[in-house]
Design a protein around this ligand. Structure first.
Ligand SMILES: [Zn+2]
Ligand SMILES: [Zn+2]
Length: 814
């Protein structure tokens, strides 16, 4: 017997060449019908520099799912592309003079090479980059479709401005008052900007969360971001300016307790109101100071409340009382109308403010100590309402307001319109012109798309778009009247590019349209979307909005882009996020060079449950490497020693033991992969099988040993495709990816079982036979699947699940 040495640097390129040459992972749109179609998609990478460990993780997850579904019989679409516009390439251009396109293309080349070296099963025929005119032509088309539908509009607004990046930011890109990207303190400016009217879709974006299989915490983040609340819109009259100021309140039942009125510093009328009063200068100073603080700081409950009187008052519509007006930074312009009625007796922040400024605190709901937020009968609220339970009073007071023409029931959303224009170079040009005659804003005709990004010399931000410097490009003719016109010089937020790329993959080479709706209907929605939880709000919300808007315009036949979502955790090292400054970065390339892609991929999924963060360990990595080497060596030696034979039909002794282990592993890995993402326990089951094969190799028959090792190779294929393909071929002569996913033989699955007690809130609700040695996840899933457990859990929130293996599962709900 020759010495068999596991050498990934020889094995891996050999199989990659086969897959590339045979275009193994390409799927066709034409041959629909026979096999169910499945669309497995990881979020596309932003190409900047080299891929990092997070990329290795997310594409290892997606590839495992893609391989599993293929071998379960699906036609799987698993494409790749690049989110290639954006600020880092542009900032790099400013720093180094390298054109953003060149830097981006160099990075894309590095991603392509590494994806191939990792053996990710990508359909390369559909590859795209969002900075490619063949792609952004259709981004521009979508913009125009939204524009024609009234969903894209240009308007003046107070916008968040990053003084460092010299561009506006979407609300979502401002974190605690700072630029999400560079950390600079964000300023407010009044500017004309382009908006997408995502707020028109607020209710549908909320309602349709019920129709998709997403992690509950992601749905909660989306719900909170949409921020729906019910209440009333109430108009307070300001007699000096003869203006009505509306407020939104969730507590119309407390209207009689409103003893003052507060406006946000950004409210456009604040300075006008203060003008000519003794407080004018004081208000001006206060507003200037307030604008530099972050919303989170301003809204914090424990912060001392500050404000300045405006020297004016408004009339409370329910009792005609004149109440003083203030400007105070605890009121945010983004929420409601930018003004509030203050009810200090029943709101903590209003209470703090009233105490600080010596204002009246008037109880209107009976109950506990002030400030009182609880339920109770009304008081001090006039003969019509006093004594009514406050919940009931809400609708009665709304009815009164409606009858009096002073307000109405209303729903408020926290969600704001999506600000999409950017004063930057490296983005998709907005395809409209501004006519110098009378036509106003005129869309570029669809047949003239794409509006190509012009070449410029100087990328440096100057507070206007660098495109404005491309004079020859800017000057154009108006498509409507033929007179002189100027091109729009703002570019689009890169989130626009990534809001539809998953649709383009389905029909990536279509030159006549963004897609053929029938082709799209074959693949969409994405069956399994995978990405980081950091995209739980922006990207996912925008993609859902695009899908709904385009469906309304007749371009799509579905309402949600991602039927199921999985969010993977981060890889840390020594307990901290990997970063160059900490010096704790593990580069995928160095791991792949040293141990091979299969080790890197398998280890990253073995390190812990993939949905959680996990800490990198070099010892763990070597352990996985030894396991793959052992599997491959056993397979090679076994294959070399004898000719292929079938496993015995009626196994006895060591054969029975080994075949049982093999069928147990088949059942276990199948269970773990089938919608559970339990990759770590799946890999661990294959490790057990390989250990058993090694232990029993001298006692078991050749057929049994070959079967066990071929099963191990077959089961590890989704994680370690090269090693698995090589080992499987040695043992069987066949290609593992062409084999159906193995099925466990129930006759060989005689596992020891025990009775698992299933409780809900400590009460016995069911019993079920559980396989001995089941892991916590398996037991948890088993218990939650029992009918009487479900009956007591459905409709409740699961707080936690206590699993005592060998005994019980207790589901705690509220
Ligand atoms: Zn910035
Ligand atoms: Zn014109």
């Amino acid at each position: 017997m020759t010495d068999q040495h596991y050498d990934p640097s020889e094995i891996e390129p050999r199989w990659q060449a086969v897959w590339a040459q045979e275009r193994t992972w390409e799927v066709s749109n034409a041959q629909a019908g026979e096999r169910p179609r499945s669309y497995v998609l990881e979020m596309l990478p932003y190409p900047s520099g080299e891929p990092h460990i997070g990329h290795l993780k997310v594409y290892s997850v997606g590839d495992a799912i893609a391989h599993f579904r293929r071998r379960c019989g699906d036609e799987v679409l698993h494409p790749m592309g690049y989110d290639a516009f954006g600020l880092p390439a542009e900032n790099n251009a400013i720093a180094t003079g390298v054109h953003p396109r060149d830097a981006t293309n160099a990075s894309i080349a590095s991603f392509q090479r590494q994806f191939r070296e990792w053996g990710i099963s990508i359909d390369w025929s559909r590859e795209l980059a969002t900075c490619d005119p063949r792609y952004y032509r259709w981004t521009q088309w979508i913009f125009l479709e939204l524009f024609k539908a009234g969903l894209a509009e240009r308007r003046e607004a107070a916008v968040k401005w990053c003084p460092h990046d010299q561009t506006v930011l979407a609300n979502e890109q401002v974190i605690d008052g700072r630029c999400e990207r560079c950390g600079a303190v964000v300023e407010l400016r009044q500017l004309e900007q382009w908006f997408f009217k995502i707020t028109d879709y607020a209710q549908r974006l909320l309602d349709d969360l019920a129709t998709i299989d997403w992690p509950e915490h992601v749905k909660t983040m989306q719900r909170n971001w949409i921020g729906r609340s019910e209440g009333a819109r109430v108009a307070f009259h300001q007699p000096d300016l003869d203006v009505d100021y509306p407020v939104f309140t969730t507590r119309p039942d407390t209207l009689f307790g409103a003893t003052f009125f507060v406006m946000a510093p950004e409210h456009p009328d604040v300075l006008r109101l203060a003008a000519g009063t003794e407080h004018e200068q004081e208000v001006r100073d206060y507003v200037n100071r307030a604008l530099t603080a972050s919303n989170a700081e301003r809204g914090a409950l424990d912060k001392a409340k500050t404000g300045v009187p405006l020297g004016r008052s408004v009339l409370n519509p329910v009792n005609g009382e004149s109440i003083p007006m203030f400007v105070a930074d605890y009121v945010l312009m983004e929420y409601g109308t930018g003004a509030i009625m203050a009810v200090p007796a029943h709101d903590e922040r209003d209470y703090d403010f009233a105490r600080a400024y010596g204002l009246e605190v008037r109880r209107v709901v009976e109950g506990g100590e002030l400030p009182y937020g609880g339920e109770g009968p009304l008081t001090n609220s006039g003969a019509d309402f006093d004594g009514l339970p406050n919940r009931e009073a809400k609708s009665k007071i709304i009815a009164w307001l409606e009858a009096a023409g002073r307000g109405s029931g209303a729903v408020n959303f926290r969600l704001r319109d999506w600000l999409v224009s950017r004063q930057r170079y490296w983005g998709c040009p907005i395809p409209v012109v501004h006519c110098e005659g009378d036509c106003g804003i005129v869309p570029v005709p669809v047949e003239d798309l794409p509006v190509l990004l012009p070449e410029i010399e100087d990328y440096a931000p100057k507070g206007r778009s660098p495109l404005a410097a491309a004079e020859d490009w800017v000057a154009t003719t108006c498509p409507a009247c033929g007179g002189p016109a100027r091109r729009e010089t703002d570019t689009m937020d890169t989130f626009v590019d990534s809001s539809w790329y998953f649709m383009r993959y389905c029909d990536a080479r279509n030159e006549d349209a963004a897609w053929d709706p029938q082709v799209l209907a074959e693949w969409m929605p994405v069956d399994q979307y995978i990405g980081g939880v950091e995209h739980a709000i922006l990207h996912l919300m925008y993609a859902r909005f695009f899908t709904k808007a385009l469906a309304d315009l007749g371009h799509l036949s579905f309402q949600e882009p991602f039927a199921a979502l999985f969010t993977q955790g981060m890889i840390t090292r020594d307990g901290a996020k990997m970063s160059k400054s900490r010096g704790n970065v593990v580069s995928p390339q160095s791991i792949v060079e040293r141990y091979g892609a299969d080790t890197a991929r398998s280890y990253i999924l073995f390190i812990g449950p993939v949905e959680h963060d996990a800490d990198w360990s070099d010892e763990g990595l070597e352990g996985v490497h030894r396991f793959l080497a052992r599997l491959w060596r056993l397979a090679a030696e076994t294959a070399e020693a004898t000719d292929a034979v079938d496993p015995p039909a009626s196994p006895q002794g060591a054969d029975l033991e080994l075949l049982r282990k093999a069928h147990w592993a088949i059942a276990k890995v199948t269970f773990d992969l089938d919608g559970r993402f339990a990759f770590n326990t799946a890999i661990s089951a294959v490790m057990e099988l390989v250990n058993e094969s090694s232990r029993l190799r001298s006692q078991a028959s050749d057929g049994a040993l070959r079967f066990a090792l071929a099963s191990a190779a077959s089961l590890i294929f989704p994680f370690a495709p090269h090693t698995a393909a090589d080992a499987y071929e040695k043992l069987t002569g066949a290609r593992v990816w062409e084999q159906p996913w193995p099925a466990a033989d129930p006759a060989l699955l005689e596992r020891e079982t025990y009775e698992l007690v299933c409780q809900v809130n400590g009460k016995l609700r069911d019993r079920v036979q559980a396989p001995s040695g089941s892991g916590e996840e398996e037991l948890r899933a088993l218990a939650l699947a029992q009918p009487n457990v479900r009956a007591h859990v459905d409709g409740h929130e699961i707080v936690k699940v206590v699993v005592v293996p060998g005994k019980l599962v207790n589901v705690v709900v509220r």
